[in-house]
Design a protein. Structure first.
Length: 334
């Protein structure tokens, strides 16, 4: 037993192509295999095994627990979080009544393996999808975990999801990717877009008008896409916007520090909110505030977004992670 490999983190189940990718990281290079299905594999530290089905039992070397992945044919609920920043506190409160989890970036502070160790626990059976955040971009650790390019498209049953990275002067690549790959989502019943930096935001960094307009143009130029919502993070506040029939959510931090937004001395250029929550269209007229006519609500809360598919509508429940109550719900007829 002393010769068994020691885990850094994992295992994690990722939605991958039409199956599931099981990922884990060990302290040293060890053989890659899932017991009962793949008897051997290369000696590596970052392990990945792709299983060409979505319902199976598995275990990994050095871990006595046996796991079961049972990904449903029909999606009824998924959950969105952002900015966990190595803190597993809120991730660990996730219940099992959801089909998969999306993380909108910044699982770490500097993309070190030990940081991901703290954040990536507790998801061996519920699949995860994620986009890179500005704190995750250092080195190659995030890419070893995610096994995707900066920008990618993932089909999840009847749902199409675009994951794009629009920071650090890479937005041109992101919008080229969206334009060149839009047709991948034409046959999907629902389209979602996942980014890290918001398209509209009441937070400290706010909106970047040129990027906001490019995203608007992409959505407007592709009516074949049944666009439902865009999910983001980065600003460590919750905010909801609605443009035409589509929602744009900034998820409140899922573990990283919550922005106060009330302290004018916090840092240069910081917007100051007049209250702990904002509602309705805002009247700010500066370069950070493009799209404020679309504003619905903002809170200084740790939150997650719960996306529920019901008869003829999608319901977005915004959960206060400290109180474990629903702050607000938004209905979207479909």
């Amino acid at each position: 037993m002393n010769n068994l490999p020691k885990l850094h983190y994992g295992p994690l189940a990722f939605i991958y192509d039409k199956g599931i990718r099981v990922h884990w990281c060990t302290e040293n290079e060890t053989p890659t295999f899932l017991k009962g299905k793949f008897p051997h594999g290369p000696n590596v530290q970052y392990h990945n095994v792709i299983v060409d089905k979505t319902s199976f039992d598995y275990s990994i070397p050095g871990v006595p627990t046996k796991y079961n992945v049972d990904f449903p044919q029909a999606i009824t609920k998924f959950v969105v979080m952002a900015d966990t920043h190595t803190n597993n506190h809120y991730l660990s409160t996730m219940k099992t009544n959801y089909d998969f989890l999306i993380i909108c970036g910044d699982m770490s502070y500097s993309a070190q393996t030990d940081e991901f160790t703290y954040g990536f626990t507790g998801f061996p059976t519920k699949p995860v999808l994620m986009v890179m955040g500005n704190h995750d971009k250092y080195g190659d650790k995030f890419h070893k975990i995610n096994q995707h390019e900066y920008n990618y498209y993932q089909q999840v049953r009847n749902i199409g999801i675009f994951f794009v990275y629009i920071q650090n002067n890479l937005e041109a690549d992101a919008f080229t990717f969206l334009t060149n790959n839009a047709a991948l989502g034409y046959s999907s019943d629902h389209i979602f877009i996942v980014v890290h930096h918001p398209i509209y935001s009441t937070g400290g960094d706010g909106s970047i008008e040129s990027i906001s307009k490019q995203m608007e143009q992409f959505i407007d130029n592709h009516p074949q896409l049944k666009f439902r919502a865009l999910f983001s993070g980065h600003d460590h506040v919750f905010a909801a916007f609605k443009r035409d029939t589509g929602f744009y959510f900034v998820n409140g931090a899922g573990g990283g520090g919550r922005d106060t937004m009330r302290d004018p001395n916090s840092y240069a250029g910081q917007r100051v909110w007049p209250a702990d929550e904002l509602h309705g269209p805002q009247t700010y007229l500066d370069e950070y505030c493009y799209g404020y006519q679309y504003h619905k609500d903002s809170w200084l809360k740790f939150t997650r977004t719960e996306v529920n598919f019901e008869a003829n509508k999608i319901v977005y429940n915004i959960r206060d992670l400290d109180a474990d109550t629903i702050l607000v719900s938004y209905d979207q007829p479909i």
